[in-house]
Write a protein that binds this ligand. Structure first.
Ligand code: DX5
Ligand code: ZN
Length: 228
């Protein structure tokens, strides 16, 4: 299946809840993927952290490749690493379908987005809560997705920062549906509907799924709250 065939159903304006696998059971990834697929998730969000751009370390290409072997769902790879442009080809080879870089992490974000797209993968640009939206505006015409962080990246389980709402509203005005708007951090039953009303269509959820025993109930509840 081509990239556009894979991503088209996820960019039709309907809400997409993406599990952030940061908090999953890494001792049994196969079981976690089975449970998420049974819950009806339509893509997986993979958080790559380098201990430099953010004060935490997670995983890199081998785990992305492991998810690629375990699932045919689109892999949304969120790179929280310095100099992401140096690793793009390796994440493409590991099986990423969409690669998001942080505007704060590279000197030439537009160049990095072009590099991602020329590798045949969709490109996202992420912005931290304290970074002005103006910093990503020049990137938008080269991006398939804009990721608004609603926490300072690095850890799951943090409190939602409402600055994300203003950024989403402004992005919706600027992009007029041409760019997928994704929000990440502190998304749960209390925060998801406001993000949807502000224009977000992709919702990254960590603790809101993995701290629940019933992934299916969590995904269905969040999806219906986002659809209102
Ligand atoms: C934050 C990560 C998120 C995080 C979300 O640094 O990019 O994807 O895991 O987790 P929750 O939903 O618990 O805030
Ligand atoms: Zn993330």
């Amino acid at each position: 299946m081509s990239l556009s065939e894979k991503l088209a159903p996820l960019s039709d304006g309907s809400p997409v809840v993406l599990p952030s696998l940061l908090l999953c059971d890494f001792g049994n990834l196969e079981r976690e993927v089975e449970r998420l697929e049974a819950a009806g998730v339509r893509a997986l969000h993979l958080d790559v952290m380098d201990g430099r751009f953010v004060p935490n370390l997670t995983y890199g290409m081998p785990i992305v490749a492991a998810f690629r072997r375990l699932s045919s769902l689109p892999l949304d790879v969120h790179l929280m690493i310095e100099k992401p442009e140096e690793y793009i080809q390796q994440f493409v080879e590991a099986g990423a379908d969409l690669i998001t870089i942080h505007v704060e992490a590279c000197a030439d974000a537009v160049g990095a987005l072009k590099q991602i797209q020329s590798a045949g993968v969709a490109a996202g640009i992420a912005v931290n809560p304290e970074t002005p939206l103006a910093d990503i505006e020049p990137c938008l015409e080269h991006a398939d997705l804009a990721l608004v962080m609603s926490v300072r990246p690095g850890f799951g389980g943090q409190k939602f920062n409402p600055v994300a709402i203003e950024k989403l509203q402004r992005l919706q005005e600027i992009t007029q549906g041409d760019v997928i708007l994704e929000v990440d951090g502190g998304i749960n039953e209390e925060t998801i509907a406001d993000c949807a009303a502000a224009g977000a269509r992709w919702f990254v959820v960590g603790s809101g799924i993995f701290k629940r025993d019933d992934y299916n109930a969590a995904v269905q509840e969040l999806t219906s709250l986002a659809a209102c």
